[in-house]
Design a binder for this molecule. Sequence first.
Ligand code: FES
Ligand SMILES: [Fe+2]
Length: 333
Amino acid sequence: MRVPEDHWYPVLDSREVRRRPLGCERLGRRLVFWRTSDGRAQAHLDRCPHLGAALSGGQVRGDRLVCPFHGLEFDAGGVCRHLPAVGRAGRIADNMALKGFPLREAHGLLWLWHGAPRDVYPEVPYFAELSEGWRYGTVTADWPVHYSRAIENQLDVAHLAFVHRTSIGAGGQSLVDGPHVEADRRGIRVWVSNRRDDGRSPHSAAQLAAASAGTEPTLTLLFPGLWRLNIRPRLKNVIAFVPVNERTTRYYLRVYHRHRNPLIARPFEALMGIANRFILNQDRRVVVTQTPADSAEARGDRLIGTDLAISQYRRLQAELLARPAERWQAAGR
Ligand code: FES
Ligand SMILES: [Fe+2]
């Protein structure tokens, strides 16, 4: 699957991976996730190098992943440590090895390195201000859409009054003030407001920039696919976009809040989860119909002025696809 290399991609909620192997598709590859006895998560290609069986159908024994077909055992490094048919004294060929992927566990998610291996990896991208004092509830959704369209939908500031007419877009506030957009290699920050069209011109990007100076952006995207909506100072939505394959994107949508009492926090998270799922389904109905699926191929799209965040996303995404992040950063961008 064609997505920018040299990035950490969120791939699973930490809680989804236990000791026993879990098979799933991510970034267009069949992968198996499992944990060694120390609890560390591992990711390997879900294909046994012997005769190609799925290792996710096998089991974890000690610190080894065991193939269900002929019992080959692999360690966390992907090295085959036991080949039952040749016995303990038998020789195992060096090429009987399993391809593994660098993995990190942070912010309740598993992150897979997509790109060339390196000695020192960068930190996983996240919103630093959400690490202390916040709680969150998560909603998961799989959409039959390309990753790029899924992300652009969350940078789209002109659809609220239409797609969400019966929810967050009620009131016919179809006019877009701004948006003011800042975009660089760290991501995209968008300041925007919507109001009813009373015949006066919308505020320009410059006016909105002046009016919102020093305030938090309404929308923030961190590359490659982590998004935050600033609802209120103590209430945010975050989406970790997971590229599954060319036709599927998984959403981990979290509501972040600061209610400490679990008797309030849990029902609040449940209610927000229901509301967020409803709102997301309103988007889904439209986004699944967009053609072409991959926005990188959508040269026929006629973007309008208020699509500035989307056009910036396309520009930066194209740059990231053309050259890895490291060289891009080295170029001082
Ligand atoms: S296919 Fe895995 S051990 Fe034979
Ligand atoms: Fe939406």
